[in-house]
Design a protein around this ligand. Sequence first.
Ligand SMILES: CC(C)(COP(=O)(O)OP(=O)(O)OC[C@H]1O[C@@H](n2cnc3c(N)ncnc32)[C@H](O)[C@@H]1OP(=O)(O)O)[C@@H](O)C(=O)NCCC(=O)NCCS
Length: 217
Amino acid sequence: MNAIKKSDNYIQNNTEKASVYEITSDRYRTDLSMKTEKRNGIFAGFKELLDTYMYHDPAATGPVSIIVNYPGIHAIFSHRISHFLYNRGMRFLPRFISQLSRFFTGIEIHPGAQIGKRLFIDHGMGVVIGETAEIGNDVVMFHQVTLGGTGKEKGKRHPTVHDGAVIAAGAKVLGAITLGHDSKVGANAVVLKNVPPEATVVGIPAKVVRIGGKKVD
Ligand SMILES: CC(C)(COP(=O)(O)OP(=O)(O)OC[C@H]1O[C@@H](n2cnc3c(N)ncnc32)[C@H](O)[C@@H]1OP(=O)(O)O)[C@@H](O)C(=O)NCCC(=O)NCCS
């Protein structure tokens, strides 16, 4: 009873629940981003991440449960540390932290990957994010997502994902391509070309089927 009360208060005091598909709404942007814009640094974004998980996951009961039970949070927090060290020229220790995090969470994020604010990784197992991947703010991804290289490129060889993109379970996004803001990648799609903003792409190879919610033939 107490726990329910606590979690209800937490939601009311912080954010209301929303489906992951509502992330383009103004409510989401103001709820989560405005509150925390001024926070920076390794630990500063932690409260913001808690809000994000509370907001997206209907099953989340409160901050303690999220801190203990959500591998996405653990992986992102580990990444903040490994990325901090990577940016200071260290190579072995950040990689070791990243592999340790993979062991516990099933999520592999290269220390060099650049990740924006409020990334929501649901379930997480099997997620791989490559060294030169860049992820904007308010991105959502599910388990088994790969942001990888094609094996043919050097230098920048992983995707750039713009704000508000949703990448569904099992999708593979390959190469130095761009997912436009608020785009959606369908489950198990293999994306090899740039995706326009607000587009939905599905299939192998992925094709645009919606732009701004309107059907594309
Ligand atoms: C991509 C997705 C987010 C829907 O986006 P949307 O913009 O609302 O698109 P729609 O649902 O209107 O689907 C657009 C079209 O693509 C098709 N489609 C949707 N997802 C597809 C997929 N993964 N593979 C192939 N086709 C797909 C739909 O049937 C529809 O076809 P139609 O135009 O012939 O009717 C959703 O389909 C999806 O893949 N969700 C999975 C989320 C997930 O990973 N859940 C795991 C939770 S554990």
